[in-house]
Write a protein that binds this ligand. Structure first.
Ligand SMILES: Cc1ncc(COP(=O)(O)O)c(C=O)c1O
Length: 395
């Protein structure tokens, strides 16, 4: 059977390889400490579960849901933005419910790119950003993120010939996998750059609440209050521990919202109303759980960083997200896939190879802080076995 060429681009998936390495380690009797997936282990708040449970009992929630049926959700999303960022949002034209932000960011290129057009993506970056561009038969120009630039892209480095063929730029801060935060001034220069070069500015914003030195991270809409070029994607997966429920929204430029809505209308009938009701309860109800999540990840970060320092792995302390982005120790080769495969097969500790997030992620590994501090300490001591064994064979 012959398949479309675009599928070829989707096949190289380092994470599937890691999944196999985990299965092999499990079959060999290793206890797996899985720090490879950024799926929160924290529980969804009881008032959210209650709203979903009540909806389940109500047959009027069981049918297809068209745009008008999502009005209460769109209003809740607009109010949440207004409260957090002081930005006025029209729930009718500037908000669109999504089945998770991954779904939205992967579908948007279908609305923006013609085949062959370029999208400017962060490298390393979240894999579905590239996946969406490939599905739209677009091309990717990777904007390298380097430690010396605080993991922010340098717009001036993008060649003019590429810019002339580019339609969109995708940013995402606080950043997965590097954990970098972008200041509001950075977003101001991104907005000016995109206005100048006629680019759509996409901002994927799942970690808005998981910042440890401020209340929230800056929104791109604060830098583009007229929503001239920008669209932002929020998910309830991280702030409200609702990853499995698949719910998020896009917010921003009304033409982009309309175009994405047209693409989605060909694909889905929105998320189940009961889950949207749960999301409304999350966005409008008691916010104490957001601080609990933030404090939990901060405490885990501190424990794991201290433990890594104790075993001699000098890793900087991230100011946001639920990840540690660790440069491979100098005595190890820079091959992150080799390191992660070896680590899981010998110790059972699973991490994500930096290469899986793009070629500029090579030489790093990402640890997701999805276990309690006691387990993280055990993971660090297991990691030290691999580090010490490597050191002793090399010196
Ligand atoms: C940058 C980024 N975007 C999107 C997602 C997925 O969000 P959702 O669960 O809403 O699809 C993640 C999850 O880790 C992420 O890190």
């Amino acid at each position: 059977m012959e398949f479309a060429k675009r599928i070829d681009f989707l096949q190289a998936n380092v994470f599937a390889d890691m999944d196999r390495a985990k299965a092999k380690a499990r079959a060999a009797g290793k206890d797996i400490i899985d720090l490879s997936l950024g799926s929160s282990d924290l529980a969804t708040a009881p008032h959210v579960i209650e709203a979903i449970t009540q909806s389940l009992q109500d047959p009027s929630t069981h049918g297809y849901l068209l745009f008008n049926g999502t009005q209460k959700f769109r209003q809740a999303a607009a109010s949440w933005y207004e409260q957090k960022f002081g930005i006025a949002v029209d729930p009718e034209t500037e908000v669109l419910p999504l089945i998770g932000s991954q779904e939205g960011t992967a579908h948007l290129p279908l609305a923006v790119l013609n085949p062959g057009d370029y999208a400017l993506l962060l490298d390393p970056g979240y894999p579905s950003h590239a996946g969406g561009v490939y599905l739209a038969s677009g091309q990717i120009y990777p904007m390298p993120l380097r430690a010396e630039n605080a993991f922010l892209p340098v717009f001036e480095d993008i060649p003019l010939t590429i810019l002339a063929q580019s339609k969109m730029m995708v940013l995402s801060y606080p950043h997965n996998p590097t954990s970098a935060i972008a200041p509001l001034d950075f977003f101001r220069s991104a907005v000016a750059f995109c206005q100048q070069h006629n680019l759509v500015l996409v901002h994927d914003f799942p970690y808005v609440d998981l910042v440890f030195n401020a209340q929230v991270a800056p929104s791109v809409l604060q830098a583009d209050p007229d929503k001239s070029v920008s669209i932002e994607f929020f998910t309830l997966s991280k702030s409200y521990n609702m990853g499995g429920f698949r719910v998020g929204y896009a917010i921003g430029n009304s033409q982009l919202i309309r175009a994405l809505r047209q693409v989605k209308a060909a694909v889905d009938f929105n998320q189940y109303l009961g889950i949207l009701n749960g999301a409304i309860a999350a966005l409008t109800g008691d916010q104490a759980g957001v601080d609990v999540a933030k404090n939990t990840f901060r405490q885990r970060r501190d424990t794991f960083i201290t433990a890594l320092h104790q075993i001699g792995w000098d890793v900087p302390t991230p100011a946001a997200t639920m990840y540690i982005w660790a440069k491979l120790p100098a005595f190890w080769s820079t091959n992150s896939i080799e390191f992660c495969t070896h680590l899981v097969e010998t110790t059972g500790v699973a991490a994500s190879p930096g290469f899986g997030f793009g070629k500029f992620g090579e030489g790093y590994v990402r640890f997701a802080l999805v276990h309690d501090p006691a387990i993280l300490k055990i993971a660090a001591s297991k990691i030290s076995e691999v580090i010490n064994a490597t050191k002793s064979t090399q010196f």
